[in-house]
Design a protein around this ligand. Structure first.
Ligand SMILES: Cc1ncc(COP(=O)(O)O)c(C=O)c1O
Length: 375
């Protein structure tokens, strides 16, 4: 049977390859999902919905109550109407729906590097192509000069991810302003992936919601409520773009998961308290992993101010895929920096969505194995 050319050209994610290596006894710091329990209200709400017969198709853009609850919450960044929110079957599918709705064959999408692994492949699945732009400096900011030099006649979209997976960096005010201006000047759409907006430990989250004339914003319940398996997310767009996105979603899936939407809805009123506790836990772990990495000769890491990843660099002359393999053999799973694009080489990504005992044991393995690699 024939597989489409588009799909054949797309590589398999380097993250999944590392999962396949994990043995049950390994310390797994490769996972990009919170290890916390979801809010109890979310589980109760989803169970009640399923028990009460809400197991049928729903409205294509999601149930109005949840669209309203998201609009109310995200009005903390900029006033938002429920009509500007669509619930989606995950943040990942929101990203794909946006690419499919905005990109034509031959169009170019600029994606961050190091950056989340699916942006480039999704641009290709939509029939376009992608070019990496550099996240530069110790705090991994989008390099505006690099972006400007890469904008060509076919550039339609710039993907921004804030806070960033894999670096944990948080967008700085000047870079944010420069991106918003650039998009307006050149008539380029910003696809702003903000699924980690609830996980900012210092500074504040700068959302692209005030710029829905030139940006589409993606959010998610996966990380917010520790429900990665529910497959539920959302996007926020100006009303004209929203019509196109709703049409796309209808053809993709008809409607999002009904019981999961009721679960998320039930948890929204108390979500600030839940997230405050989650941030306290993650910040403690962040401080632990950063201090342990900094004790290792030849490794360096900028303190990540958001998400739940540390992205250290190392000085040994070894590709990150080989180093990650050596660590996997020693019982520690992480992700090689090269999985996140060509500017990710020379780094490793560790998720600190794991308890402190696991992080400590993982860092023991890292110190010992990296010491041997450097000998
Ligand atoms: C930066 C980023 N965006 C989007 C997603 C997709 O999340 P989900 O599809 O679970 O909503 C992830 C998941 O790891 C991510 O790291």
């Amino acid at each position: 049977m024939k597989v489409s050319q588009r799909l054949q050209k797309v590589p398999m994610s380097g993250i999944r390859k590392m999962f396949d290596l994990a043995s049950p006894s390994s310390i797994n710091l490769g996972l990009g999902e919170p290890d916390l329990l979801p809010p109890a209200k979310a589980i109760d709400g989803m169970t009640a919905a399923a028990e009460n017969g809400l197991n049928k198709y729903g409205p294509t853009a999601g149930i109005m109550e949840l669209r309203k609850a998201v609009a109310e919450r995200y009005s903390m960044y900029h006033p938002l109407e429920a009509s500007q929110v669509m619930i989606t079957p995950s943040g990942s599918s929101a990203l794909l729906e946006i690419m499919m709705s905005c990109i034509d064959p031959g169009d170019e999408v600029l994606v961050p590097s190091p950056g989340f692994v699916i942006y480039g492949p999704q641009a290709m699945l939509a029939g376009g192509r992608f070019t990496e732009y550099r996240m530069s400096g110790p705090d991994f900011q989008p390099d505006i000069d690099d972006i400007q030099s890469k904008i060509g006649p076919d550039t339609r979209m710039i993907v921004v991810n804030n806070p960033s997976n894999p670096t944990g960096s948080v967008l700085a005010e000047d870079t944010y302003g420069a991106l918003a201006d650039l998009a307006a000047d050149k008539g380029i759409t910003i696809l702003s992936d903000e699924v980690y907006d609830s996980f900012v430990y210092e500074g504040r989250h700068l959302s692209f919601l005030p710029y829905l004339d030139r940006a589409i914003v993606v959010g998610g319940f996966s990380k917010m409520m520790a429900v990665t398996g529910w497959r539920l997310g959302f996007l926020m767009a100006g009303e004209e773009m929203m019509d196109a996105l709703v049409k796309m979603q209808y053809h993709l899936c008809a409607s999002p998961n009904m019981p999961a939407m009721y679960g998320a809805l039930a948890a929204m009123p108390g979500i600030d308290d839940y997230l405050k506790d989650a941030r306290t836990i993650f910040k403690r772990r962040r401080d632990l992993i950063v201090s342990r990495i900094m004790e290792i000769d030849g490794m360096d890491v900028a303190t990540p101010h958001g998400a739940f990843y540390a992205f250290p660099s190392y000085d040994a002359d070894i590709p990150s895929a080989d180093l990650a393999m050596r660590l996997a053999e020693a019982g520690l799973i992480c992700t090689p920096g090269s999985a996140f694009g060509s500017y990710g080489e020379g780094h490793l990504r560790f998720s600190y969505a794991a308890d402190e005992a696991k992080i400590s044991r993982g860092m023991d393995i890292l110190a010992e194995t990296y010491g041997k690699v450097r000998e």
